[in-house]
Design a protein. Structure first.
Length: 310
């Protein structure tokens, strides 16, 4: 058994629980409404875990190899799933038996971004390209191939793409305009592991294998601050309410920071494996962590204690 989770009090005045058995999780994401946890595994299976009703409500084989990234659409209708098999699956949550695929990359899919107002899906890959897709018609619109480095993470402000790479540089490019002009920011000394954009502040937040988290002001084109404290590679960064920052690391810890001053609020040390991803619950009360050997765990952001696990 890889995972058995019991969650109490995820929503106010409600006692909820869920369990996901015999999953080798490699990727996870919350639904936009926070009611479901989407999980991908080592064998290419996709699971929808219904948090409220304590069950796996959907399961389907979508890829031939390990799932690397999961992205939920903002309308809660679809899930985009990237894999080591170089393809992207589009799952209709109302009819999961009907799968659509986007093919064209020559390497593993490493990152996905959805631009719903333009009906575009952006994919990054280890093949050192970024591709822009028309989701509705399943058409490849554009390939950005001027970045001579493995694409590790992508985020957006709605207009520009911020592309993290294995060389520690973040590139800036418009996904639907002429990409002859590509700007870049030298943010890190090693791999950029994840990116997040805070639209209200115009801040780009990045984590890196150089053990730091950088906060960059896009409008001022300057580094605001750098959060330090992890003892090994920082693998994941997430933002809640433009105030809190969570990070996972290969040092077996989760850390919670104040975004405004990089003050460390909480360190969670109850892990015995590398943390490869950490995400906030939609209300910010919990952090979901995905580790290599211990599956998915849930932590209280106020106390740092793990929610009951058996």
């Amino acid at each position: 058994m890889m995972i058995l989770l019991i969650i109490m009090s995820i929503f106010a005045n409600l006692q909820l629980a869920y369990s996901c058995d015999q999953i080798n999780p490699t990727a996870m994401e919350l639904s936009i409404d926070g009611k479901n946890l989407f999980i991908g595994d080592l064998d290419g299976f996709f699971y929808q875990c219904d948090l409220e009703n304590n069950k796996i409500s959907k399961k389907i084989k979508v890829h031939s190899e390990k799932i690397t990234s999961i992205l939920a659409s903002e309308d809660n209708q679809s899930v985009f799933i990237g894999s080591f098999d170089k393809s992207i699956a589009i799952v209709n949550l109302k009819d999961i038996a009907t799968l659509r695929f986007l093919n064209g990359h020559n390497g593993a899919i490493t990152s996905l971004v959805h631009l719903p107002n333009k009906n575009l899906l952006i994919s990054g890959s280890s093949d050192r390209t970024v591709k822009v897709w028309d989701v509705k018609n399943q058409l490849l619109l554009k390939t950005i191939d001027k970045i001579n480095s493995v694409i590790t993470s992508i985020t957006t402000d709605g207009n520009s793409l911020f592309i993290g790479t294995s060389e520690g540089i973040v590139y800036i490019v418009a996904p639907y305009d002429d990409d002859s002009k590509i700007d870049h920011i030298n943010l890190h000394e090693s791999v950029v592991s994840s990116l997040s954009f805070i639209k209200e502040k115009s801040y780009l937040v990045s984590s890196s294998w150089d053990r730091s988290i950088a906060i960059w002001d896009i409008k001022k084109n300057s580094l605001i601050r750098r959060c330090m404290g992890h003892g090994y590679w920082v693998t994941s960064v997430a933002i809640f309410d433009n105030k809190l920052l969570s990070a996972g690391s290969l040092d077996y810890t989760l850390r919670l920071w104040n975004l405004d001053d990089c003050k460390e609020i909480l360190t969670i040390k109850g892990l015995n494996s590398y943390v490869v991803k950490a995400i906030f619950s939609r209300d910010g009360k919990y952090i979901f962590s995905l580790t290599l050997n211990e599956g998915i765990k849930i932590w209280d952001t106020n106390t740092g204690k793990q929610i009951s696990q058996k």
